[in-house]
Design a protein around this ligand. Structure first.
Ligand SMILES: [Zn+2]
Ligand SMILES: [Zn+2]
Length: 336
């Protein structure tokens, strides 16, 4: 089959590789759509490990089912999450491999869905493999994973309808966070980002105030918009030391900061203000697939507007270039 393979810094080539064989506990999926994720771009820039096949935001048709799998059938239209526990850590040896601290992930340590076929190592219906409702397109199906992250993360902060929430960083996870906050009925959403296309998208998603952080100071703008009070919750999706510090400044006493963005470097920070203001710093890593599917199916979250570019598998190198460099790119999809 064909697969898009990382061959060095900012170098992706479409190559012929072996078809995946079906795992005993898993399935093989014919990929119909696969999004490029911001996390993929971090690895793409670094160029290693060479040989990586990206792709963890995908949908497709189940074409093979492993002999131990129950409840997943050939022909089902699905999205899925792929991982393989290490089998050796504290949790794995106690039979709790879902808590494994050293999972191999599809699209990183295991070959991902930027290929014609992808193997999902462990297939459990509604836990790792999720049927798409008939009315949902494959492309919508490939947007479930990033929405699931935003949904999981925002819910960690338990926002109330009366809250004012700031979203810092308007990649797809930040934009999806706005959709989720809107769907939860949060009354005031303040968003800050940099690329014009994403600022526009944030407005379309329903943010009440959109701040261009390239032109104005996001902290000053948010303090101004809240009469100097600050916000109840900050969703930090930028993963930068600057936005982290701004988050600490703009959070109200007793407020929460949800850490969602990927920090490329360790953070050096002064905890004194976090302590003085009784802030809750909440790390967020996880997804809520069933909830995300329902948000898209019901029309409460429309994610397809974020898909700005589509490429074939043969054009994967260009697809990555566009996702990384093109100012207008929000979500680039590969349609294998
Ligand atoms: Zn992702
Ligand atoms: Zn383990």
């Amino acid at each position: 089959m064909k697969a898009a393979v990382l061959r060095g810094p900012e170098t992706i080539r479409t190559e012929t590789v072996d078809d995946p064989s079906v795992p005993d506990d898993g399935v093989v999926i014919r990929v119909r759509a696969c999004g490029i994720c911001g996390s993929d771009i971090h690895v793409y820039k670094a160029g290693e490990p060479v040989g990586t096949v990206f792709g963890h935001e995908f949908s497709g048709d189940v074409v093979e089912v492993g002999k131990n799998v129950k409840g997943v059938e050939v022909g089902e239209r699905v999205t899925a999450v792929g991982f393989r526990p290490c089998g050796k850590c504290f949790w794995c040896v106690r039979g709790k491999s879902h808590r494994c601290s050293d999972m191999a992930l599809t699209g990183y340590q295991l070959p991902g869905a930027m290929a014609e076929y992808v193997a999902v190592p462990i297939a459990i219906p509604d836990r790792t493999v999720f049927k798409l409702p008939d009315e949902m397109t494959y492309e919508d199906g490939a947007t479930v994973e990033p929405l699931s992250i935003s949904l999981f993360s925002v819910k960690r902060g338990q926002p109330k309808e009366s809250d004012t929430v700031a979203v810092l960083g308007l990649g797809v996870i930040g934009l999806n966070a706005i959709l989720v906050l809107k769907a939860l009925g949060v009354s005031r959403i303040l968003a800050s980002g940099r690329r014009p296309s994403r600022l526009e998208a944030a407005g379309l998603c329903g943010a009440h105030l959109v701040i261009d952080a390239a032109k104005e100071d996001a902290l000053a703008a948010i303090m101004d918009a809240t009469g100097g009070m600050g916000v109840d919750c900050v969703v930090e999706c930028a993963g930068s030391p600057v936005t982290f510090e701004q988050a600490v400044e703009m959070a109200k006493g007793g407020g929460s900061i949800l850490l969602v963005g990927i920090f490329e470097e360790p953070l050096l920070w002064d905890p004194r203000k976090v302590i003085a203001k009784n802030l809750n710093l909440i790390g967020c890593l996880g997804g809520n697939f069933p909830g995300a599917i329902e948000l898209i199916r019901s029309g409460k979250a429309v994610t397809r507007h974020f898909v700005t570019h589509r490429f074939s598998l043969d054009e994967a190198g260009e697809a990555f270039r566009v996702q990384h460099k093109d100012k207008d790119a929000i979500k680039v999809m590969i349609i294998p």
